[in-house]
Each structure stands twice: as C-alpha cells, then as structure tokens.
Design a protein around this ligand. Structure first.
Ligand SMILES: *Cc1c(COP(=O)(O)O)cnc(C)c1O
Length: 384
C-alpha cells in the first residue's frame, strides 16, 4: 500500500485496465452462467441504497419496508401472499437458512437431509456447516428426483427433504407435488430450491407453458429459495428465502445486543439494503408483463438453440424444460468440445451428470449470438 494516495482520475484509469480483462455478459460470449446483465433500473435503485444496512433495520426503516413488500410480492408470485423471509446474498445462503431452520425445528441427534443427486452443491456446504448427514436420492429417466429412492432414504432422523424447481445443470423440475404429499404424510420439512426457476416458472405458466406445480400452493412446501440475481435481473448479490410460517425464522433467531432489532435470523450480520431496493424496483417496474416477456423470450431462443444443436449433429441430454440446453456428441468427448469452443472465444460450462456442455439461455443471449455459436458448433463437427 502506498503512503501517499493516488489521484482519483488515475485510479479510474487503473480500474478500467482491470475491467478490460473481465468478460461481460453483454458480449454474448458467456454461455454457462446463471447471472446476466443487471437491468438498468435495478442498477440505479441499487446505487441509491449503497449505505443501507438491513442488518440494523431500525436505522433504515424505508429499506425495511421495501424488504417486507418484496417478500410479500415474491410470496404472491409463489402461491402465498403471507410469507416470511429475507433478501440475502444468493441461493447458497438461502439454502443454508432453510436447512438451518429445518434442523432447528427438530433439534435431534444425527439429523439427515435428503436431496436429489441433481441438487446444487450448496447443500454439501449446508450439510458440512450444520452437521447434517446428506442423503442423495437417485434421479428417474427424465433426470428428476426419483420418488421411490426418496421413500427408501426417509428415516426417523430425516429433518428435511429438498426438491429443485429448475436444476442448475439441466433445468429440470422435480415432482414437487408428489414430494409434498410424502412430506405431509410423514410430517417432514420440505424445501424447494427455485433459485433458478423461481423467477421464470410462474411467468411461463401464465404464458401458457405446461409446467408442474412447485410452490406454496402445495401444502407440504415449508420454504422456497428464489434468486433475484438470476432470472430476476437484479445486480449480484441478491437472493431470496421465503418461509411459509414465522416459526421457521424464529427457530434460528439469535439475540443481537447492540442493534436496532432484538433478534436476527439471517446468517450474515451487516447486509446490504441495495439488493432489496433493486429487487423492489424491478418487480414494480417490469411487472408480470415484463417478466413474462423475459421468460418467454429466453424460452424461444432456447428452442431455437436446441434445434440448431441437433441440426449440427449433436445430441440433447434432454429436451429443455426451462432455458438450459445440455448437449454432447457421440464422437467427440465433452471436454474436447468445450476446449474447441473456448478456443473460439465462448465461455461454456459443463454438466457433470450426465457429462454435457450446458448452455444457459439467459437474457443477455440474443439470436445473433446463438447464430454465431451454432456456426462454430457446425465447424467443430466439420459440417460447414
Ligand atoms: C444458482 C443456484 C444456487 C446457488 O445460488 P448462488 O446465488 O450462486 O449462491 C442454488 N440452487 C440452485 C438450483 C441454483 O441454480
């Protein structure tokens, strides 16, 4: 660190140098991320609330009021107006909170959770941090959580079952309705991880897509993760956790001696209010119509990409249910396809089960990007 400060213009110049090294979503080259260009209205709202700390909400009652409204709006989107929750850093923290609530509700020795094999790795972190035994349920032939596998894994020590609405690798929706029935019957906590699908499934259903129930309309669902910083177009870090009842938040409340609130249920202490402001602004500004448009445009480009991938001689792991296209080639190893795509300037990512290239058709991917990607895919196959 220098003793004498550097003038700000010079600092900005230096910052630009670093920024030039980063990829941008706008370039259309990022194919394997669930994040996207934040919406300008979200950016403006975010920057207006940079000093707001929801870890000390008595100082920021305006931001706190927005958080309450956001939770109610997201609850309404997910089948229940009267829900309880927080805007936090992302899906990982949301899943941690849900698992912590479920564990604390029971407070038994040797607690276990059941997640599908397709679950996000955040549940491994949760299991490690919360001392939970992680049981992995198998998937059925459509890569959805297999119910008979779940039933076999249930024991007296099961404190939670997790279903995913929009899996991270393939965009699949688990049979939450059936899992909800099992959880009701056995009185087990059910958490739905809709970090990716939460901002698109409800809007796609409104637009006439035939997608299954996954939210609080199912009586067994105790909590839902939904990430505004994915399909919600909010700047990162913005996640959401919603609980059906207040008792789940209370189950992990810790006394806070020196703050303006007496009890705190979130994992982090100081917590930005900017994420809440951005989420609030975007829900109000885009409305259902705006988000319907975002979700359906992504699906149209998804179908176009899926067709093009097949025409280029590749195979789909599964037909897209949400805006993810996973594919492979019978004659070129997946890692080799990835290497060749990277050499052509594409930032791709791999699905691990089954092994595939996975393209997440986020709102920053436009038709022209897909066209030039398909051209490169054909070249890799020697079709051009
Ligand atoms: C992205 C994702 C997460 C993790 O969210 P972060 O915001 O990256 O912490 C959890 N679950 C699912 C299904 C996801 O797609």
């Amino acid at each position: 660190m220098e003793d004498k400060g550097i003038p700000k213009e010079q600092i900005y110049q230096m910052l630009r140098k670093y920024k030039e090294k980063d990829l941008t979503h706008r370039s259309g080259r990022i194919l394997g991320s669930m994040c996207t260009c934040p919406h300008p209205v979200g950016i403006r709202a975010y920057s207006m609330f940079l000093e707001s700390n929801l870890g000390d909400p008595g100082l920021f009652p305006g931001t706190k009021a927005m958080e309450d409204e956001v939770i109610t709006m997201l609850g309404g989107l997910l089948g229940k107006n009267n829900v309880h929750g927080h805007i936090i850093t992302g899906g990982t923290e949301a899943n941690l909170m849900a698992m912590r609530a479920a564990r604390n509700m029971r407070r038994i020795k040797d607690p276990e959770i059941i997640v599908p094999r397709s679950a996000h790795f955040s549940f491994k972190k949760a299991a490690d941090m919360l001392c939970l035994d992680l049981k992995m349920a198998e998937l059925d032939e459509n890569y959805r959580m297999d119910l008979s596998s779940v039933e076999k894994l249930i024991s007296d020590n099961t404190v939670a079952i997790v279903g995913v609405a929009g899996t991270t690798e393939l965009g699949k929706i688990d049979p939450i309705e059936d899992i909800s029935k099992i959880c009701m019957e056995k009185d087990i906590y059910l958490h739905v991880d809709a970090a990716f699908g939460g901002y698109s499934i409800p809007f796609l259903k409104e637009a006439g897509y035939d997608l299954p129930e996954f939210d609080f309309t199912l009586p067994g669902v105790s909590s839902i993760t939904i990430d505004p910083h994915k399909m919600g177009l909010a700047p990162i870090p913005t996640g959401g956790i919603l609980f059906r009842e207040r008792k789940y938040l209370e189950a992990m409340a810790i006394e806070t001696p020196y703050l303006t609130e007496d009890l705190q249920s979130t994992i982090v202490g100081t917590r930005t209010g900017a994420a809440t402001a951005a989420t609030w602004a975007l829900l109000k500004h885009l409305g259902k119509e705006g988000y319907r448009e975002v979700a359906t445009s992504c699906m149209e480009i998804t179908y176009k990409l899926a067709e093009g991938v097949k025409e280029a001689g590749f195979e789909l792991v599964t037909e897209p249910e949400l805006n993810i296209v996973p594919f492979y080639s019978p004659d070129i190893p997946v890692k080799e396809i990835a290497r060749r795509l990277e050499a052509k300037g594409w930032a791709v990512s791999l699905a691990s089960y089954p092994q595939a290239i996975r393209v997440i058709v986020m709102p920053h991917l436009k038709e022209e990007h897909i066209d030039s990607f398909l051209e490169d895919l054909r070249t890799i196959k020697g079709i051009n």
